[in-house]
Design a protein around this ligand. Structure first.
Ligand code: AMP
Ligand code: MG
Length: 417
């Protein structure tokens, strides 16, 4: 497990900015050292543990980019079209029957190795056949329609770096190198609890004043998208002693303990006291809306994060606190969230000195511009506000109002995980 010192998340200021939180996490969380080997087809979404240097150039050999006719560039017709005898043919996966001699052309197909003696290919659409010869037009550039060996990636280049979260295109590159397995960081083990006497799990009998636990399933789904191995530890009662017991029990066997609910400052919010009784806790008052206090701590060297109970606050703080923690635990390069500029289709007022996230849907306006439309209601408990929108408009600490037509930054839900 990644062992962290007790005061690792301590923070002196009264309100922590989102950037300070992200910076603190990146600086203090140590990556798990364990590496495992996975089959190439299982590598998507995993964190690469070691650099991969190209064991061969890509493409591995010089080949034709089109179906057509290969010639030597010194034979290229200069002013008028010229007829060439066709000396043979070479197809993908094959070999030329002989070198291309001066004054000859060779039929060639996409991906076929360039025959010796030829360095330029005419597209078949640009030529005509006449009396068994091929008539090639003037004006083609030497080297046209040829893909030289190594033009994509030269041999030896560190093409995939350790810490990279692998995407399908990265898997393709590893396959192109002929690799069958990848060294990746083992999955981060996360224990997830919900807290609250009002919660029951779906499938259980629900009392009149109870609701089905939704956050735990959202968080587990988000963690799964980040490649984590999730232990579903159910719902804990609002009771300090049983919370403390449960937290301590899972600390040794997980890399991160995540809870939702019970971190506010009401007297029924027992998570804070429970963590303090078995480890160390700091309550971050983050300058973010939605999102109330977020608790961070250490229990037996294992990091602990307590997210707020309101579903939208839980979602937004997950993105800014849990996501960077998971990335840091897995030794992944930090992924900066880069909001895309869109046009605000709404007016909004906000307090200075805190960051706000507005739930929006995108639509194409009459003039073709992409416009963000605000979800009509604002409560942090509204699950529909997450379900019926496409993402979040990020309003920085300095912003105090938004006018319709203004450019704002949009973060798609799809890009957050
Ligand atoms: P808390 O942070 O525990 O004060 O909870 C704030 C609000 O979020 C309360 O209305 C809770 O009922 C609700 N809530 C807490 N945990 C969950 C959960 N796991 N799923 C759905 N709602 C929750
Ligand atoms: Mg609660």
């Amino acid at each position: 497990m990644a062992q962290l010192s007790d005061d690792c998340f301590a923070f002196g200021g009264p309100m922590m900015s989102v950037d300070e939180a992200v910076g603190l996490i990146a600086a203090r969380v140590t990556p798990v050292p364990d590496v495992e080997t996975v089959a190439l087809a299982r590598g998507d979404g995993r964190i690469l543990a070691r650099d991969i240097a190209a064991p061969l150039p890509l493409p591995p050999f010089t080949n034709s980019a089109v179906d057509g006719y290969a010639v030597a560039s010194r034979d290229l017709p200069r002013r008028d079209a010229q007829a060439f005898p066709v000396a043979g043919r070479v197809q993908a996966g094959g070999a030329a029957p002989a070198p291309v001699e001066p004054g000859q052309a060779m039929r060639i197909f996409t991906g076929a190795p360039m025959p010796d003696g030829a360095d330029t290919v005419f597209m078949q659409e640009d030529v005509r056949l006449e009396d068994g010869q091929v008539v090639l037009p003037a004006g083609l550039k030497p080297g046209a329609n040829v893909r030289p060996a190594g033009e994509d990636i030269p041999a030896g280049l560190a093409a995939l770096k350790a810490g990279r979260r692998l995407r399908p295109q990265d898997i393709a590159l590893a396959a192109a190198f002929g690799l069958t397995e990848l060294s990746v960081v083992r999955r981060i083990r996360v224990a997830v609890f919900s807290t609250g006497n009002e919660l029951v799990s779906p499938g259980e009998a629900r009392g009149a004043a109870q609701l089905f636990d939704s956050n735990r399933f959202m968080l587990m789904a988000m963690l799964a998208r980040l490649g984590c191995d999730v232990s579903d530890l159910g719902i804990l009662r609002d009771d300090r002693a049983s919370l403390a017991r449960a937290l301590q029990q899972v600390a040794g066997s997980h890399d991160l303990i995540l809870t939702t609910g019970g971190v506010s400052t009401g007297e029924e919010d027992h998570v804070k006291a429970a963590v303090e009784s078995v480890g160390r806790l700091v309550l971050w008052r983050m300058a973010i809306k939605p999102g109330r206090p977020v608790a961070m701590g250490i229990i037996d060297g294992t990091p602990f994060i307590g997210l707020p109970g309101n579903p939208v606050a839980s979602f937004v703080t997950f993105v800014h606190v849990v996501r960077p923690t998971i990335l840091a635990l897995s030794g992944a390069a930090p992924e900066v969230l880069a909001p895309m500029p869109v046009r605000a289709g709404f007016a909004y007022k906000k307090k200075i000195a805190r960051r706000e996230y507005v739930r929006v849907s995108l639509r194409k306006a009459a003039d073709g511009a992409v416009e963000a439309v605000k979800f009509p209601r604002e409560g942090a408990g509204l699950l529909s506000s997450l379900v019926d929108t496409d993402g979040l408009v990020e309003l920085g600490e300095d912003v105090t109002q938004v006018e319709p037509g203004q450019t704002v930054g949009f973060l798609s839900y799809a890009g957050l995980l």
